[in-house]
Write a protein that binds this ligand. Structure first.
Ligand code: AMP
Length: 506
């Protein structure tokens, strides 16, 4: 048995002198450097006492060294445990206690605080890496040899634990196997037509599945290269755009870039593919992007637990407001959440998926895992949606965002789409708030165009004829912006908390 992930990577690796990463300051890192750098980090982690199967918790800023560190974990049979850089020390206590990593890699500024937590949970060592890659770990790695015998791992062995972004409730550790990652990356290389000539503009964070696995693994399995930006800064992205062939982003990337004066056909002429995911892309953004650049953004749908499930086609029609078709090898169905019965086309229900991309369960939560898988192996995504005649999937919100008003189900997306199309509205979030008569009162939280002062009554009148009475918002609240997490997802629970007493306290 060899190392499932790394063997797949080696089988596709281009000639060693080929470029793997280029940083904005012009530094070039080759595939030979990848092999040497990951060997050094793998050896350094072994020296610190990590054993195959151990978790390596990593809370650091993005850098080429950070990418090497993740890949070194895979080579040495460790389990990558990336943590959002925004997590506070208090939050880290939960993750470290839950995952019990052997090693904790953190920013130097956090070292002393984290040592206390590490001692409490038996972590063997706390080492550091700063945004340039420097720190105690690189010092240790520098003295190590540049060869390394990949530790044998099978397809089902754990490669990573990714804690779900948790817009509600407690974060759960999704266990991803070597094969989950390899199979999904190979599917995407094929579906999105990646080749060794591709240059990916990488501005996503690498503690989340989108930037870490969708982006980097696709590049690796194609033997391609990437321009690695530390973070998303519109000016930097626009400056590097002419040198890239593909960009992957969350919807906020696209809305922000639309506000940049340099965005146009000339600056995007070298790009063959723009991909969007992690949160819904407004149909309007899709259309504006097409008008400005001539490119139809390809929207896809995935989750931490499942990797990528669906994608709009490369050659066929990319339909705004849909997430496309199930990827090859992925089975997707829409069922009645109560009875489990398969629903007809165009009927809203719970989306369930099955395939080699789907994780094996939540870390140390066998009951949660059992509750979210069906007996026939389908995973209950928690997303509500439909499949149309042609097989295109639409996401209509999270199950927990469903509003039940006066006993009737209201799907927020349906109301949001109508409101978003109104002149003077940038975007909206429709939520249910505690209401004495209705249980939940449908409420629209609206971000108006700057300088415009839309009128609540006028908006309500505009949608009156388009929506059944029970779906119409009882009230509208105007805000400057919607609360979002790092991946651009609107945090409806924050809105529900903020406006909790809106109907009951009046
Ligand atoms: P995460 O695990 O952080 O990647 O979040 C996964 C969730 O993001 C999914 O269950 C969906 O609710 C949402 N999501 C991902 N991609 C899309 C998309 N293209 N459109 C709408 N929602 C999406």
């Amino acid at each position: 048995m060899d190392n499932h992930f790394f063997a797949a990577l080696r089988a596709r690796m281009p000639e060693g002198g080929r470029r793997f990463i280029e940083t904005p300051d012009g530094a070039v890192i080759t595939y030979d450097d990848l092999l040497a750098g990951t060997a050094r980090y793998a050896r350094a982690l072994q020296t610190l006492g990590a054993m195959p199967g151990d978790r390596i918790a990593i809370q650091i800023e993005k850098s080429a060294d950070a990418v090497f560190l993740m890949l070194a974990c895979i080579r040495a049979g460790f389990v990558i445990l990336p943590l959002n850089t925004a997590y506070t020390v208090h939050e880290l206590d939960y993750f470290v206690g839950d995952a019990e990593p052997a090693i904790l890699v953190c920013d130097p500024s956090r070292e002393s605080e984290l040592k206390g937590i590490a001692a409490r949970y038996g972590v063997k060592a706390v080492v550091t890496m700063d945004p340039t890659g420097a720190g105690t770990l690189r010092q240790m790695a520098a003295g190590q040899a540049t060869d390394f015998g990949d530790v044998a791992r099978g397809g089902d062995d754990l490669a990573a634990i990714l804690y779900t972004s948790g817009t509600t409730g407690r974060s759960k550790g999704a266990m991803l196997s070597h094969d989950n990652l390899v199979s999904n990356a190979l599917t995407l290389v094929d579906y999105w037509r990646f080749t060794g000539e591709d240059v990916l503009l990488h501005a996503l964070p690498i503690y989340h599945t989108h930037g870490l696995f969708v982006a980097i693994n696709t590049v690796l399995m194609a033997g391609a290269s990437m321009l690695l930006l530390p973070k998303f800064v519109p000016n930097d992205v626009m400056r590097l755009m002419p040198r890239a062939t593909v960009m992957m982003g969350v919807p906020t990337f696209y809305t922000r870039l639309l506000g940049h004066p340099d965005l146009g056909r000339m600056t995007t002429a070298g790009i063959r593919l723009f991909v969007s995911g992690s949160a819904p892309l407004l149909a309007e953004t899709h259309q504006e992007w097409f008008a400005r650049t001539g490119h139809a953004i390809l929207e896809r749908y995935g989750m931490t637990e499942t990797n990528m499930n669906t994608s709009n086609p490369y050659d066929g029609e990319r339909i705004a407001g849909t997430v496309g078709l199930p990827l090859p090898g992925v089975s997707l169905r829409v069922v009645d959440a109560e009875t489990g019965a398969l629903l007809p086309k165009d009927t809203i229900g719970m989306i369930e998926v099955k395939g080699p991309n789907v994780f094996s369960g939540y870390w140390r939560m066998p009951e949660k895992t059992a509750a979210e898988f069906k007996a026939d192996g389908f995973f209950i995504t928690g997303d509500l949606g439909t499949v149309d005649e042609r097989g295109y999937v639409r996401i209509l919100g999270r199950g927990k965002d469903l509003i039940i008003s006066g006993g009737f189900n209201v799907y927020p997306k349906e109301v949001e789409e109508l409101i978003d199309a109104i002149d003077g509205v940038v975007e909206s979030a429709v939520i249910g708030l505690p209401h004495r008569d209705f249980g939940e009162g449908v409420t629209a939280v609206i971000v108006p165009v700057t300088g415009k002062c839309p009128d609540e009554a006028a908006i309500l009148t505009l949608i009156e004829t388009r929506l059944a009475k029970f779906k119409q918002p009882k009230r509208i609240v105007f805000v400057d912006e919607l609360p979002r997490n790092a991946m651009g997802k609107v945090q409806k629970n924050a809105l529900r908390d903020r406006f909790r007493g809106f109907y009951t306290e009046r």
